[in-house]
Design a protein around this ligand. Structure first.
Ligand code: BTN
Length: 244
């Protein structure tokens, strides 16, 4: 990954550039990186705070030979790869919150946004957008983010070299991705379940259909989260999950 890179000082969103590039035929593993985003996008229509030179804001183009129904595998494997990359460089313990938030000491350090284009059951391409709060000082955070987000520098007490971090993340991502294409989802699923802080615990899942509380049991083969509730097992495909 990252043999083809487009680097920009300022963009609206690296996702937009990556979509354009993918439509023009970018090869798998092509990467868009920017120092600053003026309209960084988050999941569920939220915005993503992307101040200049203090984070890693990047989008990776993939062309996986899998079905549309399997696409959530990519989100889960991305969270594993990014976690391993950050841990390798910083030594900080990273927790995964389903489906793909990465936390340090309970605060968000990284968000992953998967966007894809396909037709019928085929995937044309996938854009994995990754936003990592690296060197953002605490005083710069907007008030509403201070309680829920942190940066690697805040947690470590010193800055992190962003290029080394990107290199490590791309290496780890490529390894989990190759493993997935060769051997399938089951090992990634097991590893993910192990690394996530939620399996076996009481959680609250806020889904578009309503709030579900129960015990997070496991992931199913599609990557959905199975929750044991008073009324039996429920599978959740998209939600904001927190520990109760
Ligand atoms: C989330 O809501 O947690 C996902 C945040 C994803 C942010 C990254 S930053 C690089 C890429 N470009 C964007 O506009 N968003 C993603």
């Amino acid at each position: 990954f990252g043999r083809e890179i487009r680097y920009q000082e300022v963009v609206a969103s690296t996702q937009i550039l990556a979509h354009q590039w993918a439509r023009e035929g970018a090869v798998e593993g092509s990467l868009v990186v920017a120092e600053e985003q003026t309209e960084g996008r988050g999941r569920l229509g939220r915005s993503w705070y992307s101040p200049p030179r203090s984070g890693v804001w990047m989008s990776l183009i993939l062309r996986p030979p899998i079905l549309l129904t399997e696409a959530s595998h990519l989100t889960l494997l991305a969270s594993l790869g990014v976690k391993q990359g950050i841990e390798r460089v910083t030594g900080l313990p990273i927790q995964i919150k389903w489906p793909n938030d990465l936390l340090v000491h309970g605060k968000k350090i990284c968000g992953i946004l998967t966007e894809l284009r396909g037709e019928q059951d085929q995937i044309h391409y996938v854009i994995l957008g990754m936003g990592i709060n690296v060197n953002t000082p605490e005083k710069n955070w907007p008030e509403e983010l201070r309680a829920i987000a942190t940066s690697l520098a805040i947690e470590l007490g010193g800055p992190v070299h962003r290029a080394s971090l990107i290199a490590a993340i791309l290496e780890e991502l490529e390894e989990v991705y190759d493993h997935y294409l060769q051997s399938g989802f089951s090992k990634i699923k097991a590893k993910w379940e192990q690394s996530s802080g939620i399996i076996g615990k009481q959680i609250v899942a806020r889904t578009p259909q309503g709030v579900i509380t129960g015990i997070a049991e496991h992931l199913n083969d599609q990557g959905a989260l199975i929750i044991r509730t008073d009324r039996g097992l429920v599978s959740v495909h998209s939600a904001d999950v927190s520990l109760k």
